[in-house]
Design a protein around this ligand. Structure first.
Ligand code: SF4
Ligand code: SF4
Length: 341
């Protein structure tokens, strides 16, 4: 992995050049008191330091709604217009944290476990991530408990770590990152000092042992604790919508007259309708079963079937929850007591 340095002023010039060359540039901006990723018009709009955006960046590769194909009926014939990736934009995302970049690993596994998902993969191919290490954390962060960290390079193409008041250490991680660096290498300097990145990043305490969680969950399907721990869950789905690693979706038809299209849109396993059959039967009719599914899927089924944990410890779900359901607190309890079973 190559390491370089860049000053803040040069970083602004670099991002401006990327944008001026026609790439979509997404970065954190403040809108209505919230920090979120938006396509930016001006470099001056960028929020350079933020604890965490409200939403993750997954919508850039897995949009909230996306047309998969469209069709038109003409007497007995049906004309199909397939998904066309040609007009998808090249996109650079700046300023995401390592827990967001790491979220693309579980997403990529989900969208490729059987038939590779064309819309997801085409967008992913055109997306480049310039992440920034975290210099602070809060009580909801637990990346270090799920194989991540505030300066973790996994998932990022380039990772910047703020070092001092006016500069960044630059780690060039992937081939995509290397190509980008080589194209704009005049903005960077060699690393002059012996910089220890660990001195500058947040200290996120380890709250539980993930291997122990995976082991314990395999025997907990029938546990009474699912009910006691999820009594107050409203099934609002906010936790899934802010999550960088949640991939539940629904398929809808939008038809008018002789034409229509098939659309994919975000969904949540926390919604009561998610598993409702047309017969009226619902295999997850109680909220406790839906909460169990959320935890089991992320921390048992995905590690077992896809060799990846479905959570990056970003803490967003707990920050967003209107009734203070805290996923890390529940996971801690799962490791702590046999009585939970
Ligand atoms: S855990 Fe919280 S955010 Fe998630 S569905 Fe339940 S109430 Fe909503
Ligand atoms: S489950 Fe919660 S903490 Fe884990 S990645 Fe999703 S939003 Fe973040």
């Amino acid at each position: 992995m190559d390491k370089k340095q860049i000053t803040k002023e040069r970083l602004k010039d670099w991002l401006l050049e990327i944008k001026n060359e026609g790439k979509q540039l997404y970065a954190p901006v403040v809108k209505k008191d919230k920090t979120d990723f938006k396509r930016i018009d001006s470099i001056d709009d960028i929020v350079w330091e933020h604890l965490q955006t409200t939403q993750s960046v997954k919508n850039i590769v897995f949009p909230r709604t996306e047309k998969l194909f469209s069709y038109r009926k003409d007497r007995g014939n049906v004309e199909l217009e397939d998904y066309n990736p040609d007009r998808l934009p090249e996109t650079v995302v700046f300023g995401l944290h390592p827990c967001d970049a790491a979220g693309f690993r579980p997403l990529s596994r989900i969208f490729n476990w059987d038939t590779p998902d064309k819309p997801y993969n085409e967008r992913w191919k055109r997306t480049l991530l310039i992440a920034v290490s975290c210099t602070r954390c809060d009580e909801y962060c637990f990346c270090t408990s799920v194989n991540g960290g505030p300066g973790n390079t996994e998932g990022s193409d380039v990772l910047l770590t703020p070092v001092g008041d006016d500069g960044y250490l630059v780690e060039i991680i992937t081939e995509k990152g290397k190509e980008l660096y080589e194209k704009y290498n005049r903005f960077f300097e060699s690393v002059t000092d012996n910089i220890n990145k660990e001195e500058y990043i947040a200290q996120v305490p380890v709250r539980f042992n993930i291997e122990e969680i995976i082991r314990n969950l395999s025997g907990m399907f029938e546990s009474d604790s699912w009910k006691t721990r999820s009594d107050r869950c409203l099934g609002c789905g906010a936790c899934a919508f802010v999550c960088p690693a949640c991939a539940c979706f629904d398929i809808q038809e939008d038809v008018g007259g002789n034409s229509g299209c098939r659309i994919r849109c975000w969904d949540s396993c926390g919604f009561s309708l998610f598993t409702l059959h047309t017969s009226g039967h619902n295999p997850r009719s109680m909220q406790s079963q839906r909460w169990r599914q959320r935890l089991m899927h992320k921390f048992s089924y995905m590690p077992e079937r896809l060799s990846v944990v479905g959570c990056t410890g970003c803490g967003r779900c707990s920050r967003a929850c209107p009734v203070d359901m805290n996923i890390a607190a529940h996971l801690e309890i799962i490791t702590e007591t046999e009585n939970e079973r």
